[in-house]
Design a protein around this ligand. Structure first.
Ligand code: FES
Ligand SMILES: [Fe+2]
Length: 333
């Protein structure tokens, strides 16, 4: 991986916080590295590299009793916080401090556990709607997508595909035209505003098709939020919702995609929300996995463009400014 790439300092979600409870181990991979999340018997959470410092065996092949992690190979034992406390081949010797597992930065936010393997962690993505008092939220199960994070995010920002890939759900021919929308950088975030698409069923109380208004925010190279702005077409305030989508890169061209959905209607049927979001996402996956190259081309001359792509071109520029190389490709100059 490119040493100058700022991707090392980004946070990525790795587990649904609701699934991380006492005495559990959760192996995962981010940016080609294997890690292990441990939740001890007191509920404290730790993350380390999933590789034993002795001979490099995978620690998650061993056992964890809520206090001690034991490597399957020669039985070394570690506290959840990392210190090596026992080496069975030399039971009377105190293990060296240098045999400890190195901790990785971890945080809980938006119902997810996030990790950052770099020394200068950047921001967790902003998700303004999550903190707003009214409404309710749900965390979708992660979905594996065989493509780069930037291809996945660009698809999430794109509306011109709605009448085709999401026909009769998020769009419908002949209502295919995409008007001008706002593209601005605000405090280092990319904002796409007043994105209007015609939908056959614009909201929970709609009786006929009409325009729907979306705003998007990008504050992290592998994440974006979509907010549906309620209007008179969909029955007012209760039709609003916001989705945070984050692609956690397993490798450069394979991601676990996490989504947190916040709906304005506190009484919304969350199972129906979950099913609808899964349907829409499943429609996108075959197209995104078919895109070549899998890594997002950042040089404008590598693909053809149309005016509706203003947001995706701004996103590509934003990635360059952020110093994100992982998951992208450029023409060398
Ligand atoms: S490799 Fe883990 S104890 Fe030897
Ligand atoms: Fe889509």
């Amino acid at each position: 991986m490119d040493a100058a790439d700022t991707i090392h300092n980004e946070w990525f979600p790795v587990a649904n916080a609701a699934n991380v409870t006492g005495n559990s181990m959760h192996p995962f991979q981010v940016l080609d590295q294997r890690y292990l999340l441990l939740c001890d018997s007191a509920g404290s959470v730790f993350v380390t590299v999933d590789t034993c410092p002795h001979r490099g065996a995978r620690l998650s092949l061993g056992s964890f009793d809520g206090q001690r992690l034991q490597c399957a190979y020669h039985g070394w034992e570690f506290e959840a916080a990392g210190r090596c406390v026992h080496q069975p081949a030399h039971p009377d010797r105190t293990p060296s401090l240098s045999a400890a597992l190195q901790p990785v930065s971890i945080r809980e936010q938006y119902g997810l556990w996030w990790v950052c393997g770099g020394d200068e962690p950047k921001n967790i993505p902003t998700f303004a709607a999550f903190a707003e008092g009214r409404g309710t939220s749900l965390v979708m199960n992660a979905a594996r997508v065989e493509s780069s994070g930037p291809r996945i995010i660009e698809n999430f920002l794109d509306q011109a595909h709605f009448p085709y890939i999401h026909a009769d759900y998020l769009g419908q021919t002949p209502h295919t035209e995409i008007g001008r929308y706002g593209v601005d950088i605000v405090d280092g975030e990319l904002h796409l505003t007043n994105c209007v698409v015609w939908q056959p069923n614009p909201g929970p109380r709609a009786t006929k098709g009409g325009p729907v208004h979306y705003d998007y925010t990008v504050s992290h190279p592998y994440a974006a939020t979509l907010t549906k702005v309620p209007s008179e077409h969909d029955g007012g305030e209760l039709g609003g919702f916001s989705i945070l989508l984050v692609a956690s890169p397993i490798t450069e061209t394979s991601c676990d995609v996490w989504r947190v959905v916040k709906v304005a209607d506190a009484g919304a049927d969350l199972n129906a929300q979950r099913a609808f979001n899964r349907t829409i996402f499943d429609q996108d996956v075959p197209i995104v996995e078919s895109q070549r190259p899998q890594r997002l081309p950042l040089s404008p001359q590598m693909e053809q463009h149309q005016p509706a792509d203003a947001g995706s071109l701004a996103y590509r520029k934003w990635l360059l400014a952020r110093g994100t190389h992982y998951g992208t490709v450029q023409i060398e100059r």
